[in-house]
Design a protein around this ligand. Structure first.
Ligand code: SF4
Ligand code: SF4
Length: 102
C-alpha cells in the first residue's frame, strides 16, 4: 500500500526567536544521554517531542537556544533525565522589558 504522512520542516515560526522570552533553558548532560552512551543515534525522544523543532538528532542531540521557548517538554520526556531546566537568571542573561535585569 502506498502511504503518505505529513511532516513539517524546522523553520522560523510566527513567534520569531522564541529564545528571547524564555525564562528557563534546557541544559544537556551528555554523560547521561542514552544516545551518547550508546554511540549511535538512538532514543531521540527529546527531538521527537520538542514542539519548536529546535533539537537536532545527535549523540547527544543539540538544542538550538535561539528558538527554544523553555517549555521543558524535552526534560520531561527524557527517560535518562539528561536534560535539566535551569532558570535563565542563573546564566545572567534574563532581562525585563526596559532593560532591568531579573
Ligand atoms: S524546552 Fe521546549 S522548546 Fe526548548 S528544546 Fe526543550 S522541548 Fe524544545
Ligand atoms: S531524550 Fe534524553 S536520552 Fe534520549 S536522546 Fe534525548 S537527551 Fe538523550
Amino acid at each position: 500500500m502506498n502511504q503518505k504522512i505529513s511532516m513539517s520542516r524546522p523553520s522560523v515560526g510566527e513567534a520569531g526567536r522564541t529564545g528571547d522570552w524564555r525564562s528557563s533553558r534546557p541544559v544537556m548532560r551528555a554523560e547521561l544521554c542514552l544516545a551518547a552512551k550508546a554511540g549511535k543515534v538512538t532514543c531521540q525522544l527529546c527531538w521527537l517531542y520538542c514542539p519548536d523543532a529546535c533539537i537536532t538528532q545527535g549523540m547527544p542531540p543539540e538544542i538550538e537556544l535561539e528558538y527554544c521557548k523553555g517549555c521543558g517538554i524535552c526534560a520531561e520526556e527524557c527517560p535518562a533525565h539528561a536534560i535539566e531546566m535551569v532558570p535563565e537568571r542563573a546564566h545572567g542573561v534574563c532581562e525585563m522589558p526596559g532593560g532591568a535585569a531579573r
